[in-house]
Design a protein around this ligand. Structure first.
Ligand code: MV4
Length: 446
């Protein structure tokens, strides 16, 4: 096992990784920007290194500074968390070349899954269902119209180098296609440095259901069931839960097996997530793979009892998976609410000083956070303050427990999304499991 791990991240995920390392007897190195010198990850790690000024490009995305910090402190491995450098194949490759273990998949698996066309091609080979669409990039309008007509409208135009829903264009008729095609290419170029796009059949009001994968460096791959992340706003997930209200044991097994085949198709050897859309007929389609630990991993931990971050570190150290698929049982129901420093109506960021702070507790309540009383929320990074996670025997009880925990949560001095979550826990459609990816669009307008 590693003796020392550097955590190339900040916020709650840096704490989550430090906690796993401490329990495993691994020393930790925090890196931080000058905006984060008062941050808890700096205080909780065994050592810390300042890597630059507040802007991410000069600190948490500064590859030279991070590699130097690892060399300076003799860290054998780097955990990238999520966001920042976590899906940067070039960074993983630099770590590989410097003799530092990147706690994540190989740069090669990341490259294949990072390119949405090569990801589609890889999973088609192992019979993972995908929506009808192009097998290659679409390079001109005439071709785009031809393929859209053969697929049938509505279609969706996506960036090959994209992901997470950014830069997608839905097209309902041939008349609006030329404009959408040109805009999609321009946005892909601006956002990802690559104008290439591809076209898929558009699936209306889908559920976003994703499968957590665990893989080792010995070819073993298992899945930990699904998370439902349909409650999103502008491609930002807000509430996640496990299990999904649409899955049956049969659907879980089919999606799980498809996810395992997809992981094996790219020799995947770390934790990762296969994202699927589930349509009204409960048919599922592969969308993309996230080759990192995700924000919402705790709901999976709560229903399986598996420490996802610990397993990720063990796998990176070359240890074999400790679980067989048959060891994994889904128990009870878990919900996560993302508590952001945002206006709960307009969702605009709301940094500032926390003047009073009290966290909820009690049976089945978990808070993954990095803030404390008098902490000053800085404006330079994403607005996630805390993840409030509950577990209970049933979904109904989990919703009641979440409502109770939200009532206990006190954060004063800044606006947070807590009031918004309270409304959702009382929403009839949410309670009945009547949700799809357009749920928030509707309730925000209510
Ligand atoms: C889609 C889709 C409908 N049809 N693809 C958004 C995230 C990205 N990973 C894929 N996304 C979508 N892809 C086809 N062919 C609808 C979405 C989508 C969506 C998916 C999950 C959760 C929220 C969403 C919101 C809008 C669009």
């Amino acid at each position: 096992m590693f003796h020392k791990v550097l955590i190339a991240n900040r916020g709650e995920i840096a704490l989550r990784i430090i906690r796993a390392c401490k329990e495993m007897g691994i020393k930790t190195v925090a890196v931080y920007s000058t905006a984060d010198s008062e941050s808890l990850h700096v205080r909780l790690a065994d050592e810390s290194v300042c890597i630059g000024p507040p802007p991410s490009l000069q600190s948490y995305l500064n590859i030279n500074a991070i590699i130097s910090a690892a060399e300076l402190t003799d860290a054998e491995a780097i955990h990238p968390g999520y966001g920042f450098l976590s899906e940067n194949a070039a960074f993983a490759e630099i770590c590989e070349n410097c003799g530092i273990t990147f706690i994540g998949p190989t740069s090669e698996s990341m490259r294949i899954m990072g390119d949405k066309i090569s990801a589609r091609q890889a999973v088609i080979k192992v019979d993972v269902p995908i929506l009808p669409g192009t097998k290659e990039g679409v390079h001109d309008v005439a071709e785009a119209i031809k393929v859209a007509k053969s697929i049938g409208f509505p279609v969706i135009i996506k960036a090959t180098a994209g992901g997470g829903g950014r830069g997608m264009k839905i097209v309902h008729s041939p008349a609006t296609l030329p404009n959408a095609f040109a805009t999609a290419r321009a946005e892909a170029q601006a956002g990802f440095g690559n104008p290439e796009v591809y076209i898929e059949k558009y699936c209306e009001q889908p559920r976003h259901v994703e499968i957590q994968i665990l893989a080792d460096k010995h070819g073993n791959v298992i899945h930990l069931g699904e998370r439902d992340c349909s409650i999103q706003r502008r491609h930002q997930k807000i509430i996640e839960e496990a299990p999904s209200t649409v899955t049956t044991p049969k659907l879980r097994e089919a999606m799980g097996e498809a996810a395992v085949r997809a992981a094996k198709a790219v020799n995947y050897n770390s934790v990762g997530t296969m994202e699927f859309l589930v349509d009204k007929n409960n048919d599922f389609f592969f969308m993309e793979m996230n080759t990192r630990v995700q924000v919402e991993h705790p709901v999976t931990e709560m229903v399986t009892g598996v420490d996802v971050v610990r397993e990720q570190i063990r796998s990176a150290a070359g240890l074999k998976l400790r679980y067989k698929q048959s060891d994994i049982k889904i128990k009870g129901h878990s919900i996560e609410c993302r508590i952001n420093a945002e206006d709960p109506v307009k969702f605009t960021p709301c940094p500032g000083k926390i003047t009073a702070y009290h966290t909820p507790g009690g049976l089945g309540v978990r808070v993954d956070s990095f803030v404390y009383d008098q902490y000053k929320v800085v404006p330079h990074y994403d607005s996630l303050l805390a993840k409030l996670i509950v577990h209970a025997d049933t979904r109904e009880d989990a919703i009641k427990r979440m409502a109770r925990a939200l009532d206990e949560y006190i954060i004063e001095g800044i606006k947070t999304t807590i009031p918004f979550h309270k409304r959702i826990m009382a929403n009839k459609d949410f309670i009945e499991g009547n949700i799809d990816t357009s749920f928030l669009e509707k309730i925000v307008l209510e």
